[in-house]
Write a protein that binds this ligand. Structure first.
Ligand SMILES: C[S@@+](CC[C@H](N)C(=O)[O-])C[C@H]1O[C@@H](n2cnc3c(N)ncnc32)[C@H](O)[C@@H]1O
Length: 220
């Protein structure tokens, strides 16, 4: 029996190998929990690499943080406690909050318009196509919403991995044979699997490891 909630070790092993092949410099993780998959990514990417890690619960992240520190990879992680969708939307805006504050500060002294300052400072466009790897392991009812945003944030040729896409194998069962508590996210997984397999922006492979992982490569 698995003693924790997170990517299964065999799926994690595959993810580590893929990370080594992709060698991402800029990664994003949605759904951190205590940081098992985050640690795998942080240990694998180069020392100058960065992971934008988002979870709505910081407490769980703090449980695993001493291990991340002990592994000497904390400097690669930029953790944000928040529901993920608004953060992805913010990343898709050309200028982030700190930049806007900086521009407003400058404009007081230099009579600059926000738009002209943003372009002269080279602050936009920023995050579109700037990630080479994303791992999604959060609320299953939002996977398609995450995918739509990641198809802009992850560069063409970049990789996105979704965990739990077989939802304990329940996607292959009749609904009445699935425990009530698992039905809603089973339905989400089924819908997501249909949508992603028909999405021309990605090449994808669903791997029956752990709870099922879907590996995508953005092609356009
Ligand atoms: C299965 S755990 C992640 C496990 C982690 N990836 C690992 O392998 O160790 C799911 C996490 O998603 C987070 N989560 C759920 N809904 C979320 C949302 N809307 N935005 C951000 N995080 C969310 C939960 O707080 C939880 O920590």
């Amino acid at each position: 029996m698995r003693a924790f909630m997170g990517i299964a070790p065999d799926a994690g092993q595959l993810m580590t190998m893929l990370l080594k092949l992709v060698n991402p410099k800029n990664a994003i993780e949605i759904g951190v929990f205590t940081g098992y998959s985050l640690l795998l990514t942080a240990l694998t990417i180069p020392d100058y690499g960065k992971i934008t890690a988002i979870d709505k619960n910081r407490k769980a992240y703090e449980i695993g943080l001493p291990i991340i520190k002990k592994a000497g990879v904390e400097h690669k992680i930029d953790f944000t406690e928040s529901p993920a969708l608004p953060i992805l939307d913010k990343l898709l805006e050309n200028v982030d909050i700190q930049d806007i504050e900086f521009i407003l500060f400058l404009s007081k002294f230099q009579a600059l318009e926000i738009g002209s300052c943003a372009s002269c400072c080279g602050l936009q466009p920023e995050k579109e196509g700037s990630f080479d790897f994303a791992f999604v392991d959060a609320d299953k009812n939002n996977y398609w919403n995450y995918h739509k945003r990641l198809m802009k944030l992850v560069k063409i040729g970049g990789m996105v991995i979704y965990d739990n896409t077989l939802w304990g194998g329940s996607v292959a069962l009749r609904e009445e044979d699935v425990p009530e508590a698992k039905r809603e996210w089973r339905q989400c997984a089924i819908e997501f699997n249909k949508l992603i397999s028909a999405d021309p922006r990605v090449e994808m492979s669903q791997v029956p490891l752990g709870d099922g992982i879907t590996i995508c490569r953005r092609v356009c």
